[in-house]
Design a protein around this ligand. Structure first.
Ligand code: ZN
Length: 412
């Protein structure tokens, strides 16, 4: 999906603001001699921005609006080194709230809902983002913040909360606690808005069935406003994102070139109207793809990406095709004959990278024939033919801890 004329104009406004402020990225643009872009091709020549660079701007190097217009900062926690500080103008806070409100509307929330918010408040963008959007919608916010399950459940019952906002792990904990206490009939929840973690189908199904609620995934990252820049469609794995605020590209994380619509790659985001800290071509390292199918829920008013399938660090290149474990897992899941266990081995044979996939089945199937069908399915859905070895159920290693499913034998 190429950048359109309106979006290009918005990018040029951001470039001008960055140059005028001479902020961290303003300096980078000036050094690169960039003053404007006049076509999609020129846009695709713009340098990327990266989280590691953002740290260099600590504390306020990203600030691109005059200080008197900055009303708030947020920070993304770095596991190592300096955090990233993102300044927001009043308009940025408002825009973010509008985007989040739209997410809630897509999930079917109204001003009659009572929204219990359990993500944390503070420097990060979690709790306050969920709250802004819900208040804009006119819902009743119950700003709990994290933890204190006893109090959460009491408020959930007494306030008759209809919506729970949580991480997937906390939603699961609450679901289990509700079941354990046998208080499900006193819970009025209808929907869950789940943010910030990647989570599997099994976990989703468990939360959804134990609480009897519909679940929605919120997408977002602190560097780009925070959660609320996209949400999945009802009953679908696809997420809408708001292209009036953001321009999304999917690039090949190895060649750094945009991939055709529909192909998997890394999400790169450009903020179109952000004032406090505009970002151009920010590399998220999240893997997804542009979905080209029509969306039944909203006449395609907003474009869609697939749900996030992992990080670029998980990616492998086999026979010229970028592939990551979640794609293989998805193919394997479509075979009822297979157990849930699998192992992927990458090796370098006869000058080529090769993938072997070990899968398990019971004795009632023809192993060789099943292996051929799995290989053909990988070929048709991902684009290369792996070597598939089918073994008896129980032969693949299992461990208490997270089982290592991908073994790269190419190095060492
Ligand atoms: Zn939709």
């Amino acid at each position: 999906m190429k950048i359109n004329a309106r979006q290009l104009e918005q990018v040029n406004n951001r470039i001008t603001a960055l140059l005028n402020a001479d902020s961290f990225y303003g300096k980078k643009l000036r050094e690169a001699g960039i003053t404007e872009v006049n076509s999609a091709e020129e846009f695709e020549q713009l340098p990327f921005s990266e989280k590691n660079d953002l740290r260099e701007a600590y504390p306020l190097g990203l600030m691109t609006a005059p200080e008197e217009e900055i009303v708030r900062i947020h920070s993304s926690s770095g596991t190592t080194g300096l955090p990233v500080i993102i300044p927001y103008t009043a308009k940025d806070v408002d825009d973010w709230g509008e985007m989040f409100k739209r997410c809630y509307e897509f999930a079917g929330l109204t001003n009659k809902d009572r929204v219990q918010i359990t993500p944390g408040y503070g420097l990060w963008t979690a709790g306050i983002g969920f709250q802004n959007g819900a208040e804009k919608l006119g819902s009743m916010v119950i700003p709990m913040g994290p933890g204190n399950t006893e109090k959460q459940l009491k408020m959930m019952m007494d306030m008759k909360s209809t919506v729970i906002c949580a991480t997937s792990s906390y939603a699961l904990l609450l679901a289990e606690e509700i079941q354990k206490r046998g208080i499900k009939d006193q819970i009025c929840l209808k929907k869950g808005i789940i943010g910030s973690e990647r989570w599997g189908e099994k976990m989703r199904a468990r939360i959804s069935s134990e609480l009897g609620i519909e679940l929605y995934d919120i997408y977002g990252l602190t560097e780009i406003y925070g959660p609320g820049i996209g949400i999945n469609c009802k009953g679908q794995n696809y997420m809408h994102y708001w292209d009036d605020y953001l321009y999304l590209e999917i690039i090949d994380p190895v060649t750094l070139k945009p991939v055709p619509d529909g192909e998997w790659g890394e999400i790169v985001i450009t903020t179109l109207v952000k004032e406090g800290a505009p970002l151009i071509r920010y590399r998220t390292h999240d893997l997804s793809r542009i979905v080209t199918e029509k969306c039944p829920c909203c006449d395609n008013r907003f474009p869609m990406i697939d749900i996030i399938k992992g990080r670029t660090d998980d990616m492998m290149k086999i026979k010229g095709v970028n592939v990551f474990p979640a794609q293989i897992e998805e193919v394997l899941k479509s075979f009822n004959e297979l157990s849930s266990e699998y192992q992927i081995r990458i090796s370098h044979l006869d000058g080529k990278d090769t993938m072997r996939i070990y899968v398990e089945t019971s004795g009632e199937y023809d192993f060789e024939e099943l292996g051929k069908r799995v290989a053909a399915e990988v070929k048709s859905r991902i684009g290369f033919t792996p070597i598939v070895k089918v073994v008896e159920v129980g032969l693949l290693p299992r461990s208490e801890k997270k089982t290592q499913r991908v073994i790269d034998e190419r190095f060492g």
